[in-house]
Design a protein. Sequence first.
Length: 427
Amino acid sequence: IQYFSALIVVAFLGGCNLDTRMSTFVTKGPIAEEQLNLFMLTVWVTGIIFVIVGGVFVYAVIKFRERPNDDRPMPSQGHGNPLVEIGLIGASILLLAIIAVPTLRAIWFTQETPDDPESRLGAWYQGDDLAEEEAENPLIIKVIGYQWWWAFEYPQLGITTANEMIIPAGKVVHLELRSIDVIHSFWLPRIAGKVDLIPGRTNSMWIQAGDNFAKWKEKQGLEGEGPELRQDYAKYLEEEIHDYYYGQCAEYCGESHARMLFRTTAVDDQAFAEWVADEKAGHGTPDGKSWDEWYTAYEENPEELTGDLNEGLKLFMGRAKCATCHTVNGNPRALGVAGPNLTNIGSRQSIAAGWLNHRAEDGSIDVEKQYDNLYKWIHEPEVVKPGNLMWKANGGGIGELIDEHGEPALLTDEEVSKLSLYLQSLK
Ligand code: CUA
Protein backbone atom coordinates (compact mmCIF):
# COMPACT_ATOMS: atom_id res chain seq x y z
CA ILE A 1 0.00 0.00 0.00
CA GLN A 2 2.84 2.34 0.88
CA TYR A 3 4.59 1.69 -2.41
CA PHE A 4 1.38 2.17 -4.31
CA SER A 5 0.68 5.50 -2.67
CA ALA A 6 4.32 6.48 -3.17
CA LEU A 7 3.79 5.79 -6.87
CA ILE A 8 0.77 8.09 -6.96
CA VAL A 9 2.79 10.85 -5.33
CA VAL A 10 5.73 10.21 -7.65
CA ALA A 11 3.35 10.52 -10.61
CA PHE A 12 2.37 13.98 -9.36
CA LEU A 13 6.02 14.92 -8.93
CA GLY A 14 7.03 13.50 -12.28
CA GLY A 15 9.10 16.55 -13.13
CA CYS A 16 11.26 16.41 -10.02
CA ASN A 17 14.66 14.86 -9.76
CA LEU A 18 14.21 11.37 -8.34
CA ASP A 19 17.76 10.77 -7.21
CA THR A 20 17.10 8.64 -4.13
CA ARG A 21 19.92 10.34 -2.22
CA MET A 22 17.49 13.16 -1.57
CA SER A 23 14.39 11.00 -1.36
CA THR A 24 12.09 11.12 1.64
CA PHE A 25 10.59 7.83 0.40
CA VAL A 26 13.78 5.83 0.86
CA THR A 27 14.17 6.27 4.60
CA LYS A 28 17.27 5.24 6.50
CA GLY A 29 16.43 6.32 10.02
CA PRO A 30 13.63 6.30 12.59
CA ILE A 31 12.76 10.00 12.31
CA ALA A 32 12.44 9.93 8.52
CA GLU A 33 10.43 6.72 8.85
CA GLU A 34 8.05 8.35 11.31
CA GLN A 35 7.70 11.33 8.98
CA LEU A 36 7.07 9.12 5.96
CA ASN A 37 4.35 7.23 7.82
CA LEU A 38 2.71 10.51 8.73
CA PHE A 39 2.98 11.72 5.16
CA MET A 40 1.38 8.54 3.85
CA LEU A 41 -1.46 8.77 6.36
CA THR A 42 -2.12 12.33 5.20
CA VAL A 43 -1.97 11.30 1.54
CA TRP A 44 -4.53 8.57 2.19
CA VAL A 45 -6.90 10.70 4.25
CA THR A 46 -6.84 13.59 1.79
CA GLY A 47 -6.85 11.18 -1.16
CA ILE A 48 -10.01 9.47 0.01
CA ILE A 49 -11.73 12.82 0.60
CA PHE A 50 -10.65 13.94 -2.86
CA VAL A 51 -12.15 10.85 -4.46
CA ILE A 52 -15.43 11.18 -2.54
CA VAL A 53 -15.89 14.90 -3.14
CA GLY A 54 -14.67 14.69 -6.73
CA GLY A 55 -16.90 11.66 -7.35
CA VAL A 56 -20.03 13.37 -6.03
CA PHE A 57 -19.20 16.44 -8.06
CA VAL A 58 -18.70 14.53 -11.30
CA TYR A 59 -21.84 12.47 -10.62
CA ALA A 60 -23.89 15.66 -10.08
CA VAL A 61 -22.53 17.34 -13.18
CA ILE A 62 -23.35 14.37 -15.38
CA LYS A 63 -26.63 13.36 -13.79
CA PHE A 64 -28.11 16.87 -13.65
CA ARG A 65 -26.69 18.28 -16.85
CA GLU A 66 -29.02 20.19 -19.14
CA ARG A 67 -30.48 18.09 -21.92
CA PRO A 68 -32.36 19.11 -25.08
CA ASN A 69 -36.10 19.35 -24.44
CA ASP A 70 -35.51 18.83 -20.74
CA ASP A 71 -38.89 18.85 -19.05
CA ARG A 72 -37.69 17.52 -15.67
CA PRO A 73 -38.82 19.76 -12.83
CA MET A 74 -36.30 22.05 -11.14
CA PRO A 75 -34.94 20.15 -8.07
CA SER A 76 -35.91 21.64 -4.72
CA GLN A 77 -33.62 24.57 -3.84
CA GLY A 78 -32.67 23.71 -0.25
CA HIS A 79 -30.93 26.11 2.07
CA GLY A 80 -29.58 25.61 5.56
CA ASN A 81 -30.01 21.94 6.40
CA PRO A 82 -28.82 21.66 10.02
CA LEU A 83 -28.21 17.95 9.76
CA VAL A 84 -25.92 18.34 6.74
CA GLU A 85 -24.10 21.28 8.26
CA ILE A 86 -23.47 19.65 11.62
CA GLY A 87 -22.46 16.48 9.84
CA LEU A 88 -19.91 18.32 7.71
CA ILE A 89 -18.47 20.22 10.67
CA GLY A 90 -18.28 16.98 12.67
CA ALA A 91 -16.58 15.16 9.80
CA SER A 92 -14.05 17.98 9.38
CA ILE A 93 -13.18 17.92 13.09
CA LEU A 94 -12.80 14.18 13.00
CA LEU A 95 -10.52 14.32 9.96
CA LEU A 96 -8.41 17.06 11.48
CA ALA A 97 -8.03 14.99 14.64
CA ILE A 98 -7.03 11.94 12.60
CA ILE A 99 -4.20 13.99 11.09
CA ALA A 100 -3.36 16.21 14.09
CA VAL A 101 -2.84 13.48 16.68
CA PRO A 102 -0.13 11.57 14.77
CA THR A 103 1.39 14.88 13.64
CA LEU A 104 1.89 16.08 17.21
CA ARG A 105 3.13 12.65 18.18
CA ALA A 106 5.74 12.80 15.39
CA ILE A 107 6.83 16.33 16.32
CA TRP A 108 7.30 15.37 19.96
CA PHE A 109 9.14 12.21 18.96
CA THR A 110 11.61 14.22 16.87
CA GLN A 111 12.34 16.59 19.72
CA GLU A 112 12.54 14.09 22.55
CA THR A 113 15.56 14.10 24.74
CA PRO A 114 17.18 10.73 24.28
CA ASP A 115 17.90 10.23 27.98
CA ASP A 116 14.26 10.44 29.07
CA PRO A 117 13.35 6.81 29.90
CA GLU A 118 9.65 7.67 29.94
CA SER A 119 9.72 8.78 26.31
CA ARG A 120 9.01 6.60 23.31
CA LEU A 121 12.64 6.93 22.39
CA GLY A 122 13.62 5.86 25.89
CA ALA A 123 11.29 2.88 25.66
CA TRP A 124 13.15 1.64 22.59
CA TYR A 125 16.19 1.07 24.62
CA GLN A 126 14.60 -1.17 27.20
CA GLY A 127 16.36 -4.49 27.08
CA ASP A 128 19.41 -3.23 25.18
CA ASP A 129 22.10 -2.45 27.73
CA LEU A 130 24.58 -1.07 25.23
CA ALA A 131 22.02 1.24 23.72
CA GLU A 132 20.71 2.35 27.12
CA GLU A 133 24.17 3.44 28.08
CA GLU A 134 24.48 5.40 24.88
CA ALA A 135 21.03 6.94 25.30
CA GLU A 136 22.12 8.31 28.67
CA ASN A 137 25.11 9.97 27.14
CA PRO A 138 24.33 10.63 23.48
CA LEU A 139 26.71 12.18 21.01
CA ILE A 140 25.94 15.88 20.74
CA ILE A 141 26.59 17.87 17.58
CA LYS A 142 26.04 21.62 17.45
CA VAL A 143 24.86 22.51 13.98
CA ILE A 144 25.45 26.16 13.13
CA GLY A 145 24.04 27.71 9.98
CA TYR A 146 25.94 30.43 8.11
CA GLN A 147 25.19 32.13 4.79
CA TRP A 148 25.83 29.68 3.04
CA TRP A 149 27.51 26.81 4.77
CA TRP A 150 27.31 24.64 7.87
CA ALA A 151 29.55 24.23 10.89
CA PHE A 152 29.35 20.98 12.86
CA GLU A 153 30.83 21.16 16.34
CA TYR A 154 31.32 18.06 18.49
CA PRO A 155 31.64 19.64 21.97
CA GLN A 156 32.28 16.36 23.82
CA LEU A 157 35.09 15.49 21.41
CA GLY A 158 36.55 18.98 21.02
CA ILE A 159 36.41 19.03 17.22
CA THR A 160 34.67 21.14 14.61
CA THR A 161 34.14 20.37 10.98
CA ALA A 162 32.27 22.00 8.13
CA ASN A 163 29.73 20.89 5.56
CA GLU A 164 30.37 17.17 6.01
CA MET A 165 29.00 15.70 9.19
CA ILE A 166 30.31 12.29 10.19
CA ILE A 167 28.08 10.24 12.49
CA PRO A 168 28.26 6.73 13.94
CA ALA A 169 25.64 4.47 12.32
CA GLY A 170 22.86 3.04 14.47
CA LYS A 171 23.41 5.53 17.29
CA VAL A 172 21.37 8.42 18.57
CA VAL A 173 22.91 11.78 17.77
CA HIS A 174 21.49 14.79 19.52
CA LEU A 175 21.57 17.97 17.43
CA GLU A 176 21.54 21.52 18.78
CA LEU A 177 20.64 23.83 15.94
CA ARG A 178 21.62 27.49 15.84
CA SER A 179 22.17 30.20 13.26
CA ILE A 180 24.77 32.89 13.12
CA ASP A 181 22.85 35.16 10.71
CA VAL A 182 19.42 34.40 9.23
CA ILE A 183 16.96 31.52 9.46
CA HIS A 184 18.14 28.29 7.86
CA SER A 185 16.63 24.82 8.06
CA PHE A 186 18.36 21.48 8.60
CA TRP A 187 17.09 18.81 6.24
CA LEU A 188 18.66 15.42 5.67
CA PRO A 189 15.80 13.84 3.71
CA ARG A 190 16.63 10.17 4.19
CA ILE A 191 17.36 10.52 7.88
CA ALA A 192 15.53 13.47 9.38
CA GLY A 193 14.29 17.02 8.98
CA LYS A 194 13.31 19.74 8.78
CA VAL A 195 14.07 21.81 11.83
CA ASP A 196 14.82 25.52 11.56
CA LEU A 197 18.03 27.16 12.73
CA ILE A 198 16.92 30.47 14.19
CA PRO A 199 19.18 33.35 15.28
CA GLY A 200 19.09 33.86 19.03
CA ARG A 201 17.65 30.51 19.98
CA THR A 202 18.64 26.87 20.03
CA ASN A 203 16.36 24.25 18.53
CA SER A 204 17.01 20.61 19.11
CA MET A 205 16.29 17.31 17.46
CA TRP A 206 17.80 13.88 17.42
CA ILE A 207 18.75 11.84 14.40
CA GLN A 208 19.86 8.31 13.84
CA ALA A 209 21.11 6.62 10.69
CA GLY A 210 19.67 3.12 10.81
CA ASP A 211 17.93 1.33 13.65
CA ASN A 212 19.54 0.50 16.95
CA PHE A 213 20.03 -3.13 17.93
CA ALA A 214 16.76 -3.39 19.88
CA LYS A 215 14.65 -1.86 17.12
CA TRP A 216 16.36 -3.92 14.43
CA LYS A 217 15.64 -7.13 16.36
CA GLU A 218 12.02 -6.08 16.79
CA LYS A 219 11.62 -5.47 13.06
CA GLN A 220 13.31 -8.77 12.20
CA GLY A 221 11.16 -10.62 14.75
CA LEU A 222 14.28 -11.77 16.55
CA GLU A 223 14.82 -12.09 20.27
CA GLY A 224 17.65 -12.59 22.69
CA GLU A 225 21.29 -11.67 22.71
CA GLY A 226 24.46 -13.28 21.52
CA PRO A 227 27.46 -12.61 19.33
CA GLU A 228 25.75 -14.01 16.24
CA LEU A 229 22.84 -11.59 16.49
CA ARG A 230 25.30 -8.76 17.02
CA GLN A 231 27.16 -9.85 13.92
CA ASP A 232 23.99 -9.87 11.86
CA TYR A 233 23.17 -6.44 13.17
CA ALA A 234 26.64 -5.21 12.23
CA LYS A 235 26.07 -6.65 8.76
CA TYR A 236 22.79 -4.78 8.45
CA LEU A 237 24.57 -1.52 9.31
CA GLU A 238 27.38 -2.32 6.90
CA GLU A 239 25.15 -3.17 3.97
CA GLU A 240 22.25 -0.79 4.40
CA ILE A 241 23.29 2.14 6.53
CA HIS A 242 26.97 2.97 6.12
CA ASP A 243 26.56 5.51 3.36
CA TYR A 244 26.88 9.07 2.15
CA TYR A 245 23.68 11.10 2.62
CA TYR A 246 22.72 14.39 1.01
CA GLY A 247 21.38 17.32 3.01
CA GLN A 248 20.09 20.73 2.05
CA CYS A 249 19.12 24.00 3.68
CA ALA A 250 15.33 24.03 3.49
CA GLU A 251 14.54 27.64 4.38
CA TYR A 252 15.15 30.45 1.92
CA CYS A 253 18.14 32.35 3.33
CA GLY A 254 19.41 34.60 0.55
CA GLU A 255 21.13 34.50 -2.82
CA SER A 256 22.89 31.18 -2.47
CA HIS A 257 20.26 29.31 -0.46
CA ALA A 258 20.02 26.67 -3.18
CA ARG A 259 23.78 26.13 -2.87
CA MET A 260 23.73 25.57 0.87
CA LEU A 261 24.03 21.82 0.90
CA PHE A 262 25.71 19.46 3.32
CA ARG A 263 26.72 15.85 3.39
CA THR A 264 26.51 13.23 6.11
CA THR A 265 28.43 10.00 6.24
CA ALA A 266 27.32 7.26 8.62
CA VAL A 267 30.26 5.05 9.56
CA ASP A 268 31.00 2.22 12.00
CA ASP A 269 32.28 2.95 15.50
CA GLN A 270 35.88 2.22 14.64
CA ALA A 271 35.91 4.45 11.56
CA PHE A 272 34.26 7.17 13.63
CA ALA A 273 36.93 6.95 16.34
CA GLU A 274 39.65 7.07 13.67
CA TRP A 275 38.07 10.10 12.05
CA VAL A 276 37.88 11.90 15.42
CA ALA A 277 41.53 11.12 16.19
CA ASP A 278 42.53 12.33 12.73
CA GLU A 279 40.62 15.59 13.12
CA LYS A 280 42.19 16.21 16.51
CA ALA A 281 45.70 15.53 15.25
CA GLY A 282 45.33 17.96 12.37
CA HIS A 283 48.22 18.62 10.05
CA GLY A 284 51.95 19.16 10.15
CA THR A 285 54.07 21.23 7.76
CA PRO A 286 54.58 20.07 4.14
CA ASP A 287 58.17 18.91 4.60
CA GLY A 288 57.94 17.53 8.11
CA LYS A 289 59.51 20.50 9.91
CA SER A 290 58.02 21.40 13.27
CA TRP A 291 55.65 24.37 13.09
CA ASP A 292 58.17 26.47 15.09
CA GLU A 293 60.89 25.74 12.55
CA TRP A 294 58.54 26.43 9.67
CA TYR A 295 57.44 29.81 11.05
CA THR A 296 61.03 30.82 11.79
CA ALA A 297 61.94 30.10 8.18
CA TYR A 298 58.74 31.79 6.95
CA GLU A 299 59.65 35.00 8.77
CA GLU A 300 63.38 35.05 8.24
CA ASN A 301 64.05 33.18 5.07
CA PRO A 302 60.87 32.40 3.11
CA GLU A 303 62.76 31.52 -0.12
CA GLU A 304 64.11 28.52 1.76
CA LEU A 305 60.61 27.05 1.82
CA THR A 306 60.28 25.63 -1.66
CA GLY A 307 57.92 23.33 -3.52
CA ASP A 308 54.23 23.74 -4.39
CA LEU A 309 52.95 22.79 -0.94
CA ASN A 310 55.24 25.21 0.91
CA GLU A 311 54.35 27.91 -1.60
CA GLY A 312 50.67 27.12 -1.03
CA LEU A 313 51.07 27.27 2.74
CA LYS A 314 52.94 30.57 2.52
CA LEU A 315 50.06 32.02 0.50
CA PHE A 316 47.57 30.51 2.95
CA MET A 317 49.26 32.27 5.88
CA GLY A 318 50.20 35.46 4.02
CA ARG A 319 49.09 37.03 0.81
CA ALA A 320 45.82 35.11 0.41
CA LYS A 321 44.89 35.76 4.07
CA CYS A 322 43.13 32.37 4.36
CA ALA A 323 44.20 31.87 7.99
CA THR A 324 42.37 35.05 9.03
CA CYS A 325 39.07 33.26 8.61
CA HIS A 326 39.90 29.55 8.61
CA THR A 327 41.19 27.11 11.19
CA VAL A 328 43.46 24.20 10.33
CA ASN A 329 44.03 21.97 13.35
CA GLY A 330 47.72 21.51 14.12
CA ASN A 331 48.75 24.82 12.57
CA PRO A 332 49.21 27.13 15.60
CA ARG A 333 48.52 30.30 13.62
CA ALA A 334 45.58 29.22 11.46
CA LEU A 335 42.83 29.89 13.96
CA GLY A 336 40.21 31.95 12.10
CA VAL A 337 36.60 31.15 12.88
CA ALA A 338 34.63 33.28 10.41
CA GLY A 339 34.84 30.63 7.70
CA PRO A 340 34.67 26.84 7.60
CA ASN A 341 37.23 24.81 9.53
CA LEU A 342 39.53 23.36 6.86
CA THR A 343 41.06 20.48 8.82
CA ASN A 344 41.12 17.47 6.49
CA ILE A 345 39.44 19.38 3.68
CA GLY A 346 41.43 17.11 1.35
CA SER A 347 39.43 14.15 2.70
CA ARG A 348 36.05 15.77 2.11
CA GLN A 349 34.12 14.55 -0.87
CA SER A 350 32.70 17.94 -1.72
CA ILE A 351 33.54 21.59 -1.12
CA ALA A 352 31.66 24.90 -1.09
CA ALA A 353 28.96 23.44 1.19
CA GLY A 354 28.35 20.40 -0.97
CA TRP A 355 27.91 22.41 -4.16
CA LEU A 356 31.12 21.20 -5.83
CA ASN A 357 31.18 17.45 -5.58
CA HIS A 358 34.20 15.23 -6.28
CA ARG A 359 33.01 11.94 -4.94
CA ALA A 360 33.65 9.17 -7.47
CA GLU A 361 31.05 6.47 -8.22
CA ASP A 362 32.84 3.98 -5.97
CA GLY A 363 32.84 6.38 -3.03
CA SER A 364 36.48 7.39 -3.32
CA ILE A 365 37.71 10.88 -4.13
CA ASP A 366 38.20 11.86 -7.76
CA VAL A 367 41.51 13.65 -7.24
CA GLU A 368 41.53 15.55 -10.54
CA LYS A 369 38.03 16.79 -10.04
CA GLN A 370 38.89 17.72 -6.47
CA TYR A 371 41.74 19.90 -7.74
CA ASP A 372 39.48 21.48 -10.36
CA ASN A 373 36.81 22.20 -7.76
CA LEU A 374 39.28 23.78 -5.32
CA TYR A 375 40.77 25.86 -8.14
CA LYS A 376 37.35 26.97 -9.36
CA TRP A 377 36.22 27.88 -5.85
CA ILE A 378 39.29 29.93 -4.96
CA HIS A 379 39.50 31.51 -8.39
CA GLU A 380 35.88 32.50 -8.83
CA PRO A 381 34.00 32.12 -5.55
CA GLU A 382 31.42 34.67 -6.65
CA VAL A 383 30.52 32.51 -9.64
CA VAL A 384 30.32 29.31 -7.60
CA LYS A 385 28.34 30.86 -4.77
CA PRO A 386 27.00 34.35 -5.47
CA GLY A 387 27.14 36.70 -2.51
CA ASN A 388 29.49 34.59 -0.38
CA LEU A 389 31.68 36.24 2.24
CA MET A 390 35.01 34.84 1.04
CA TRP A 391 34.63 36.87 -2.10
CA LYS A 392 33.74 40.02 -0.19
CA ALA A 393 36.56 39.52 2.31
CA ASN A 394 38.99 39.53 -0.58
CA GLY A 395 37.91 42.86 -1.97
CA GLY A 396 35.36 41.56 -4.40
CA GLY A 397 37.41 39.03 -6.30
CA ILE A 398 40.25 36.59 -6.05
CA GLY A 399 41.05 36.10 -9.71
CA GLU A 400 43.68 37.92 -11.70
CA LEU A 401 43.21 41.68 -11.23
CA ILE A 402 45.94 44.23 -11.89
CA ASP A 403 46.65 47.08 -9.48
CA GLU A 404 47.80 50.62 -10.37
CA HIS A 405 51.45 49.51 -10.60
CA GLY A 406 50.64 46.81 -13.10
CA GLU A 407 51.21 44.14 -10.46
CA PRO A 408 48.63 41.44 -9.76
CA ALA A 409 46.46 42.88 -6.98
CA LEU A 410 44.84 39.60 -6.22
CA LEU A 411 45.97 36.03 -6.58
CA THR A 412 47.46 34.95 -9.89
CA ASP A 413 46.37 31.75 -11.58
CA GLU A 414 49.61 30.13 -10.47
CA GLU A 415 49.01 31.15 -6.88
CA VAL A 416 45.46 29.80 -6.98
CA SER A 417 46.90 26.55 -8.29
CA LYS A 418 49.41 26.29 -5.43
CA LEU A 419 46.75 27.04 -2.84
CA SER A 420 44.55 24.34 -4.36
CA LEU A 421 47.39 21.82 -4.18
CA TYR A 422 48.08 22.75 -0.58
CA LEU A 423 44.42 22.37 0.44
CA GLN A 424 44.24 19.07 -1.40
CA SER A 425 47.17 17.84 0.71
CA LEU A 426 45.22 18.44 3.95
CA LYS A 427 43.95 14.90 4.43
CU1 CUA B 1 20.43 28.47 4.53
CU2 CUA B 1 18.64 28.39 2.96
